[in-house]
Write a protein that binds this ligand. Structure first.
Ligand code: NAD
Length: 455
């Protein structure tokens, strides 16, 4: 099938590459000329396991092209996927300017039937706005071409995006019941048939329910994280181990083990903005989503917890003190630094007067870019970007771990101990066992694991 993807970011590039892998003829559009040039020169703008190979293979096979040519992109695909960003507006609502700009472009150039697929995460009712934007452009040109707007939210996880796209837990598609909607239903069914060979994974529903499903999913996941973080902080107070508690509750099938990890708070491009946008939608309907307000407040506080533990241990004045930081990306297997807890931690340490040496397996370049936006030149001068994890440790008072990269899970503890000034680890992801750390001679501070300081 001929497919156009509008917006070649995390979602657009993965969607385009994976649909090409299944034999479709895919045209990826972006307004960012540099990104398109990079892709056309064989580069990849993001770190995502397996993506580079899929892109290279399908470019070579002539099934995947990258361009900034809007008219050509509209002419190419019968299916037009909108996968542009929907960042938070000043009031927390989703900023739809890029989605609506993409819709307008389609209306401006289309001359035959199109299915317009909202893949970006967009508030309930956005399909109607996309419909109106396309219709206005058609009317201005006196073109009577028909189209249908479909909601097909994306559930991939950064760091496992290719795998998630190729083997989805579910595919959610919302179509309306007009004749154009029926036609769109048929085309979407055909497109997704290869994903349903083993068993049916598609949930067909109305457009608004599909739009809502994406927010409900992210809000639920964010709620589980904040719930565990809040309980972890209490566990620290009462002398319980949140990891034992996690196993104790996760074994109940009604609760389950997934997504129950206490840590340094959630970040990334989705949970923070989607929780806010859903709250904002509710307010437009005079409803206050009390649970989600709390989820957000707990997360904002949680991002400060690691830094507060450092201050509690070393005092408010950290001047003259040096710290090693492992992990900068908001989660492992990505270089995405959007809303990453490491940004908050680093700022706290610098505010206290400390110097830091930081390391991340893939996010060093992106980290430098975003930290330069966050910090002053004087603050940047107090950060050293190390080339290996061990290289961060020299002369550091303690090691602070913020992202649970696999490479940090079984480090050479003897080397860590001999490199650090003091054998102290602040573990923002509960990678290690307190008993094992104590035996190895470390002073260990996890999240919600203070039981050892009690016994
Ligand atoms: N990143 C994720 O893990 C993830 C997962 C599921 C859903 N989503 C949702 O998918 C959407 C896209 O997210 P992302 O992380 O891929 O964003 P991104 O910022 O990585 O990519 C968006 C791309 O769209 C381009 N763009 C903007 N306006 C354009 C236009 N008019 N025409 C063509 N290109 C345009 C930008 O230049 C950019 O390259 C968001 O709504 C997001 O909430 C993201």
């Amino acid at each position: 099938m001929k497919i156009t993807i509008i917006g070649t970011g995390y979602v657009g590039l993965v969607t385009g590459a994976c649909l090409a892998e299944l034999g479709n003829d895919v045209f990826c559009l972006d307004v960012d000329q540099k990104k398109i040039d990079l892709l056309n020169n064989g580069g990849i703008p993001i770190h995502e396991p397996g993506l580079e190979e899929v892109v290279a293979r399908n470019r070579a096979a002539g099934r995947l092209q990258f361009s900034t040519d809007v008219a050509a992109s509209v002419a190419h695909g019968c299916l037009q996927f909108i996968a542009v960003g929907t960042p938070p507006d000043e009031d927390g609502s989703a900023d739809l300017q890029y989605v609506l700009a993409a819709a307008k472009n389609i209306g401006k150039y289309m001359t035959e039937f199109k299915v317009i697929v909202d893949k970006s995460t967009v508030p309930v009712g956005t399909a109607d706005r996309v419909q109106a934007a396309v219709q206005a452009e058609l009317a201005a040109r006196g073109d009577a071409s028909k189209f249908s707007v479909v909601s097909n939210p994306e559930f991939l996880k950064e760091g496992a995006a290719v795998e998630d796209f190729m083997r989805p837990d579910r595919i959610v598609i919302g179509c309306d019941s007009t004749p154009e909607g029926e036609k769109a239903h048929g085309l979407m069914k055909k497109l997704y048939t290869p994903f349903n060979r083993n068993h049916e994974r598609t949930f067909w529903m109305d457009v608004r329910s599909a739009e809502f499903t994406k927010y409900a999913a992210n809000a639920m996941l964010a709620t589980r994280i904040s719930f565990m973080n809040e309980l972890a902080n209490l566990a620290d107070q009462v002398g319980a181990d949140i990891e034992a508690v996690r196993h104790g509750i996760g074994s109940d099938p009604r609760i389950g083990h997934s997504f129950l990890y206490a840590g340094a708070g959630y970040g990334g491009s989705c949970f923070p903005k989607d929780v806010q946008a859903l709250e904002r939608t509710a307010r437009q309907y005079n409803q206050d989503l009390l649970i989600l307000r709390a989820v957000e407040a707990v997360n904002d506080k949680q991002k400060l917890v690691l830094g507060q533990k450092v201050v509690k241990r070393f005092g408010e004045d950290l001047s003259g003190k040096h710290f090693a930081v492992w992990g900068l990306a908001f989660k492992p297997n990505t270089d995405d630094m959007r809303e990453a807890p490491a940004r908050v931690l680093i700022k706290q340490l610098l505010d206290g007067g400390a110097t830091v040496a930081v390391y991340d397996p893939v996010a060093m370049t992106e980290a430098r870019r975003v930290l330069e936006l966050d910090l002053t030149a004087e603050e940047m001068a107090r950060i050293r970007f190390a080339t290996t994890p061990m290289d961060t440790l020299t002369a550091a008072e303690a090691l602070v771990i913020v992202t649970e990269w696999k490479a940090f899970r079984s480090p050479d503890f003897d080397r860590i101990k001999s490199s650090l000034k003091q054998a102290i680890i602040f573990d923002g992801r509960n990678l290690f066992e307190p008993e094992v750390m104590a035996e190895a001679g470390f002073e260990y501070h996890g999240i919600g694991r203070s039981i050892l300081t009690r016994v």
